[in-house]
Each structure stands twice: as C-alpha cells, then as structure tokens.
Ligand binder design. Structure first.
Ligand code: S0N
Length: 292
C-alpha cells in the first residue's frame, strides 16, 4: 500500500508503507502502518538525537503502547534526520547538557537514568525490534541499537562508546551483552579505547545485520519487517525469549516460561483446572496424557 501524502517522513528515501501518526509526543514520533509495523523515532536531530528523561519516558510509553497492540509484530526504531547541518544520528546517548549529579535532570529536577527501564522494555517486548541506524549510534545510543533484536545500518553509520571519555559507563547490557555479541576482546576494545567504527567494521564484528544506502534504509527495514511478518508470531516470540534467556538469567527464564504458560492456557487440560474450580468440583485430568 502507498499513501505518501499521509505519511510522515523520518528518513530520506521512498516511503513504501502508509504511516499513521499515533500519540502526542514532544521528543519522539510514533507511527503505525496497517500491515503490522510500527515506527518509533527519536526526534531531537539538532542534538544528534541525544535523550533526556522526557525522551526516555515517551519512548517507554510508545513501546508499551506497541506491546499492547496485537496487530503490531515488528517495530522499526530510528532517529529523525538529517539535522540542519545535514548529519544523521540514531542516538548520541544521554543529553550531556542536563546531566546532573546522580543522573539526567528533567523539568522536575529529579536525577534519573531511566534509559535502563527502556532497555528492559525493548528486550522483553514480545515483538521484533529492528534498529535502523542512519548515522551516529554513540554512548547510551549505541547501547540502544545493541539491545534491539536486529540492526540495519546506513553506510554512513558510526558506532562507539564514549563513557570512559565523558565520565560514565554502562556495566549492564552495554558491556556484558556487547561481549556476547562481538566477543570479549572486541567489547573491551570498544569500551577501553572509545574508538569509533564504521558500518563495514560493525558488520564484520557481528554488531549489525546489514548495510544500506541511507536513502534505502527505511524501505529496507520495511522489507525485513514484511519478511518477519510472514512467519509465526508465537514461534518468533518464543525464540526471542529463548535468546534472551541465555543471557538474562531468571528474568529471561521468566519471559520464556510466561510464553509456555500462555500456550498452556489454551489447552483443554488447563481449562479443566479452571472449570473445576469455578464449578466447585475436583478436577478430572484423565483425558490428558503423559506424552513422551
Ligand atoms: C555524536 C557525536 C560523535 C557527533 O559529532 P559531530 O557530528 O561532530 O556533532 P557535534 O558538533 O558534536 O554535535 C552536534 C550538536 O549536538 C549536540 N550533542 C551531540 N551529542 C550530544 C549529547 N550526547 N548530549 C548533548 N548534546 C549533544 C552537540 O552539543 C552539538 O550541539 P551545539 O551545536 O549546540 O553545540 C558527538 O556529538 C558526540 O560525541 N556526542 C556525545 C556522545 C556522548 O558522549 N554521549 C553520552 C554518553 N553517555 C551516555 O549516553 C550515558 C548513558 C546512560 O544514561 C547510562 C546508562 C546506563 C548506565 C549508566 C549511564 C550513565 O549515564 O552513566
């Protein structure tokens, strides 16, 4: 379907699905398409899409909305661009201008590191999240692409951590999970030297899935999404939580087990337990077999 007039532009290039704007946000854009794809974009291009607490609160809200919408199966997560000086960014991490003592300060003056909440929401979202990286993915912005299920980068993308240079570090997913993705030696190099890496280097180290010209990045994301949407939602959810369980300890097992419980609720065996309780009788599981 094509409805370019209705669609809001986030990245340059052909729009190949009809986006409908959802929600009233200040720092982000949320759009949905009728074919099961959502698009979330950080909209602070003049700051290379750095996030402040409000940005993160809005992103959490958008991802929770998406979680509750059974029609959406894939999310494209990106950054609006170009900025006035013609550059692109996925996200350049925490907004250093409002970094106070103990976290990032919002209008309420309370210091927060609420990006950690967002990381967990994206990880446990029972849908596929694809990062579209149109330029810089730096610092906490690099961690955000890292924790997405898949990453597609424009050929101008630049990746890196800056923490040890700017007085911060992410000792959670940002380092341990990075080491799972690119290996211990490379992860230590990325954090200890704070170098920047181009798209080809990122592809070679297994940090991203594919590279596109910037003008094709969004349409490439839609194509990947369409392919995923042809497949079984339950299989993909369980696989995502299995991949998570390998790294996330009991929290990961909880997610995977939750899907098993969800499936069990659909069986006659489970329904018999509920029906017996409601009918104030003993349950009769004799129809359920102890299958191998
Ligand atoms: C992205 C970079 C490399 C781009 O360089 P370029 O193209 O030369 O542009 P600039 O001129 O530098 O920037 C253009 C304008 O954008 C502003 N800006 C860019 N990034 C930020 C930012 N992060 N915060 C605030 N403003 C930013 C510039 O100031 C400039 O504006 P004007 O023109 O008005 O001066 C380059 O910009 C760069 O290196 N940026 C900083 C990257 C960085 O160090 N980010 C922070 C890293 N730390 C985190 O993200 C912390 C994450 C976090 O919250 C966390 C999570 C878990 C556990 C702990 C923490 C924790 O906080 O410690």
């Amino acid at each position: 379907p094509n409805n370019n007039n209705m669609s809001r532009r986030v990245l340059p290039g052909e729009i190949i699905t009809s986006w409908v704007s959802v929600g009233e946000y200040k720092d982000i854009l949320l759009d949905k398409s009728t074919e099961g794809i959502a698009r979330v974009a950080i909209n602070r291009p003049e700051k290379r899409n750095a996030f402040r607490p409000q940005t993160i609160s809005e992103l959490c809200d958008a991802f929770i909305r998406i979680r509750e919408d059974p029609k959406i199966g894939v999310v494209l997560f990106t950054g609006v661009g170009p900025s006035k000086d013609g550059k692109f960014a996925f996200c350049s991490g925490g907004d250093q201008a409002i970094r106070g003592s103990g976290g990032y300060l919002g209008d309420d003056g309370i210091p927060r590191l609420n990006v950690l909440d967002l990381q967990r929401i994206i990880r446990s979202l029972p849908k596929v999240v694809i990062a579209l990286v149109p330029g810089f993915a730096i610092g906490g912005g690099h961690v955000l692409h890292l924790i997405c299920d898949l990453s597609l980068a424009a050929d101008n993308a630049i990746f890196g951590q800056t923490g040890p240079k700017v007085g911060s570090f992410d000792a959670g997913f940002g380092s341990s999970y990075l080491a799972r993705v690119v290996g211990q030696k490379k992860a230590r190099e990325i954090w200890f030297l704070c170098r920047k890496y181009g798209a080809k280097e990122a592809l070679d180290m297994g940090l991203i899935n594919a590279i596109s010209p910037i003008n094709l990045l969004e349409s490439e994301g839609v194509k990947w999404a369409r392919e995923i949407l042809q497949n079984s939602p339950t299989a993909i959810k369980c696989l995502k939580f299995s991949f998570n369980a390998d790294t996330d300890g009991l929290a990961g097992i909880q997610e995977l087990a939750g899907q098993a419980t969800h499936l069990f609720y659909t069986t006659d065996e489970s329904k018999e337990g509920r029906n017996a309780f409601m009918e104030k009788r003993d349950p009769d599981f004799s129809e359920s077999k102890w299958l191998p």
